[in-house]
Design a protein around this ligand. Structure first.
Ligand SMILES: Cc1cc2nc3c(=O)[nH]c(=O)nc-3n(C[C@H](O)[C@H](O)[C@H](O)COP(=O)(O)OP(=O)(O)OC[C@H]3O[C@@H](n4cnc5c(N)ncnc54)[C@H](O)[C@@H]3O)c2cc1C
Length: 502
């Protein structure tokens, strides 16, 4: 643990008693328990956010995430200004920051939400707790979005979750602070600050205001076609709620979203669509709960029996997948779209994983960080569990292989999405867009087709066949079966308890 060095770093003149609100993935001012509790205390408080160099270096992290965080904080600060409050931003390891704060102030209490993060953040939290204990500061961590810490099975989880989702959101009120802000020794480096400020306009805008805008426009209009469009790469961009980055970084809480959808005047008109979306809000927490109970899913198979499954791991294929140059129009369109906008719908995410792990025969561990970096809504609890479900390494879920040509024909029949993202195919005749490699020389001449688009990097049919026999065969392994029993005991709930939100 690094201790603050008083010789090299400025210390404020007196040890003022203070509480801390430590913001993590909860970047909002309403329905916020840590802020509520801090406001209820007789001691003033300092809200902080820590950009940790080690977290920024972790392979799941990307500038777009940090920019979303930075601009969420900017939006909060704009609202806090009338109260003379400000979220203080630090650039250092959390232990260093708390060590500094504990020396500079008399820290009474720290308020935060529990973080169901990766192992690194879990270990970081343990180190911070140890430090706070040394300074006799009390850390209150509140339950987040109905995810429960410390349970060993899911027997009562559903009922408790419905209790949370149906409960009233906190209406936070803010008082004016009399504190004078102190300069601290861990400001953001100028170069990083400049990069954070230059947030591309192709990504969803950050902050509570935009979270509500997306949700409101979904309920009042966009959501009416949710069920029909959810699998379509183009139409889903409008018809899905698009609230995932806001939930992932906490601009919005789950129960705020549930309440708005359920109480919306359009609920009765679009019940099927809205209920579909409400179900997914529960999935959000269901997956995070799994990860809360086993965060090693970041780096090992959900079902340990798959740890020894062999893969080819061809570097050329991995690179083609990452760069959107596989020669499969729908795969390349999705990867390029993700790179540019940070979002594609569930079906296309599943297809990307399926092609990578099944057709290309690559270990999910070699692809998972790439998508984590591209997803603006990267949420570890959902990401690793979903990635592995699609990779077929859970042993308990139905194995689904998505043929990219079929997905393309079914969900982008006119190739509008493909043409938008694969420049080389923009002028390609629509009837050949799903399988450009199948166009004969004669057809090329007749239609005057010229393109620089690449041939596919694999033979889809052959690789699909091999993948099916490999993945279904492996499921029969004794070690996979044995692990499956453990997983069912730990992570599944009985059917009757699952559905009572609608
Ligand atoms: C390989 C893979 C990785 C994924 N990684 C993430 C991730 O890092 N972060 C993330 O938020 N979602 C992830 N998802 C789930 C899903 O694709 C996105 O939540 C969804 O596309 C977000 O768009 P939306 O807000 O319009 O969703 P909507 O369909 O409008 O649903 C509303 C909300 O419900 C939740 N939700 C929707 N689908 C799922 C699902 N299948 N599982 C869990 N929660 C769901 C999300 O919070 C979403 O914002 C992943 C899916 C796959 C296949």
């Amino acid at each position: 643990m690094t201790k603050h060095n008083a010789k090299t770093q400025p210390t404020p003149p007196s040890r003022e008693a203070i509480n801390i609100v430590w913001l993590k993935r909860d970047l909002r001012l309403q329905d916020h328990e840590p802020f509520l509790r801090a406001e209820q205390s007789s001691i003033d408080y300092l809200p902080i956010y820590i950009f940790e160099p080690s977290a920024l270096r972790h392979p799941d992290s990307a500038l777009r995430h940090q920019q979303f965080v930075y601009h969420s904080i900017g939006a909060m600060n704009a609202q806090l200004t009338p109260y003379h409050r400000n979220v203080e931003v630090f650039y250092a390891e959390a232990v260093e920051v708390f060590s500094y704060l504990c020396d500079a102030f008399h820290i009474n209490e720290v308020f935060s939400y529990q973080e169901s993060g990766i192992r690194a953040t879990w270990e970081r939290d343990k180190a911070v707790l140890q430090l706070l204990n040394q300074y006799s500061a009390t850390w209150h961590e509140f339950q987040n979005n109905g995810v429960i810490r410390g349970i060993s099975d899911r027997k009562l989880w559903d009922a408790k979750w419905y209790g949370y989702a149906g409960s009233k959101a906190i209406e936070n009120a803010y008082t004016t602070s009399n504190r004078k802000p102190n300069a601290h020794p861990f400001p953001l480096p100028e170069t990083l600050q400049t990069r954070l400020e230059n947030y591309p306009s192709t990504f969803q805008k950050a902050g509570e205001k935009f979270a509500w805008k997306y949700l409101e426009s979904f309920c009042s209009d966009r959501g009416k076609n949710y069920s029909r469009h959810i699998s379509k790469p183009l139409e889903s961009r409008t018809s899905c709620a698009r609230i995932s980055p806001y939930l992932a970084w906490g601009n919005l809480s789950i129960r705020q979203a549930v309440a708005l959808v359920k109480l919306h005047p359009n609920y009765e008109n679009h019940k099927r669509s809205f209920n579909g979306m409400l179900t997914r809000l529960k999935w959000h927490c269901h997956f995070i709960q799994k990860f809360e109970m086993e965060c090693d899913y970041e780096t090992r198979c959900v079902n340990r029996g798959y740890e020894s499954m062999p893969y080819t791991n061809d570097d050329h294929l991995i690179e083609a997948w990452k760069s959107g140059t596989t020669g499969f129009p729908m795969v390349d369109a999705c990867m390029r779209c993700l790179n540019h906008t940070g979002w594609v719908n569930f079906r296309m995410r599943a297809m990307l994983v399926s092609v990578f792990c099944h057709h290309f025969d690559c270990d999910w561990k070699l692809g998972t960080y790439h998508l984590a970096q591209l997803f603006l809504d990267y949420e570890p609890g959902i990401h690793y569990t979903q990635f592995q479900m699609q990779a077929g390494t859970t042993g308990v879920n139905t194995i689904r292989m998505y043929n990219p040509v079929k997905q393309s024909k079914d969900h982008d029949p006119e190739g509008v999405f493909i043409k938008q993202w694969v420049e080389e195919l923009r002028e390609f005749p629509t009837q050949f867009i799903h399988e450009p490699w199948a166009v004969s020389t004669l057809e090329k001449q007749l239609y005057g087709i010229e393109t620089t688009y690449l041939d596919p990097v694999i033979n889809l049919e052959e690789c699909g066949k091999n993948a099916r026999s490999k993945i279904w065969g492996y499921r029969k392994h004794a070690s996979v079966k044995q692990e499956s029993v453990r997983i069912v005991m730990k992570h599944t709930r009985n059917k009757a308890s699952r559905n009572s939100l609608k």
